[in-house]
Design a protein around this ligand. Structure first.
Ligand code: OGA
Ligand code: MN
Length: 284
């Protein structure tokens, strides 16, 4: 049976309607999902899915190998290394959660590693009554929005990516910097499945390799402006039991974090391992 899809915005995204992820899915159905994922520029929404961590993991595995989150070990689910937790629930010892500000900048997942994520599947477990949306951007469209001159200027250049998060404990940041030294990835990447060019910049990209800070800044500013054009975006308003599956190879996202911190927000993510990319940034 063909999937019933509903487009979420002009730029990217579709909801997959009439699907129950608690039921076994045929290979054909998984193939249809994979095609819809590529066709709708790398974002699919599955609503009202009453699944737990084990089913979340099993569904994600149908699309590839799962990351065990070695680059962010403290954010792992205590029982499932394949699940990364994004929550404002305090830690067991009462300390504020280090993941409460996760994703609150424009980024693509695991860009600070030499194996950036192929895709992420984020499940809403608890959401505040208002706010806490996530923005997504189509990075093919961002690339296409550049002039031919700028496209040729940045071809062959690499951006230096670092892992950073606001308001984390000093030992969290120290461990993260040790595990994740700065890496350089091409500013333009070719999507391995669609063959299309996508811009690869985000707020964690602080400099262009081989250029000074002063030389990099105006170029990065122009690229980021192309990457955050509202017409290139989709804003997701979460409901409990939503599962959003995005392609980190052609989209960026940002958690807005605009909600009452007294309200509970808990998200769980699986991450599909991507292809090796880039190199350690020397002298960054
Ligand atoms: C992530 C992320 C956004 C959010 O899990 O990769 O960026 O809205 N989360 O929680
Ligand atoms: Mn993210």
């Amino acid at each position: 049976m063909a999937l019933r899809l509903r487009k979420l915005s002009y730029a990217l995204g579709a909801e997959v309607c009439d699907i129950d992820l608690t039921q076994p899915l045929s290979e054909d159905c998984v193939g249809d999902i994979r095609r819809a994922f590529l066709e709708h520029n790398g974002l699919l929404l599955f609503r009202n899915q009453r699944i737990g961590p084990a089913q979340h993991i099993a569904f994600s595995r149908r699309f590839g190998e799962l990351d065990r989150h070695e680059s962010v070990p403290r954010d792992r689910h205590p029982e499932h290394a394949e699940i990364l937790v994004v929550t404002n629930e305090p830690d067991a010892d009462g300390e504020p959660s280090n993941s409460r500000y996760t994703g609150q900048l424009w980024h693509s997942d695991l860009g600070f590693t030499l194996r950036p994520a192929l895709g992420s599947l984020l499940r809403a477990v608890a959401v505040p009554p208002v706010g806490g949306d996530t923005l997504f951007a189509n990075m093919y469209a961002a690339y296409d929005a550049l002039s031919a001159g700028m496209q040729s200027l940045i071809s062959g250049l690499c951006g230096i990516h670092t892992q950073q998060r606001r308001h984390v404990s000093a030992d969290w940041q120290a461990e993260s910097s040790r595990l994740n030294p700065p890496v350089a990835h091409p500013l333009v990447r070719i999507h391995p499945e669609t063959g299309r060019k996508a811009l690869y910049v985000g707020e964690p990209v602080k400099r262009i390799e081989g250029l000074s800070d002063a030389e990099s800044a105006p170029i990065l500013e122009v690229l980021m402006a192309a990457a955050i054009r509202p017409q290139g975006g989709y804003r997701h308003q979460w409901q409990v039991n939503d599962l959003v599956f995005w392609d980190n190879r052609c989209t960026n996202h940002q958690a807005l974090g605009d909600y009452d911190s007294a309200e509970r927000r808990r998200m769980e993510r699986t991450t599909l391992v991507g292809e090796p990319s880039g190199h350690l940034a020397s002298g960054a």
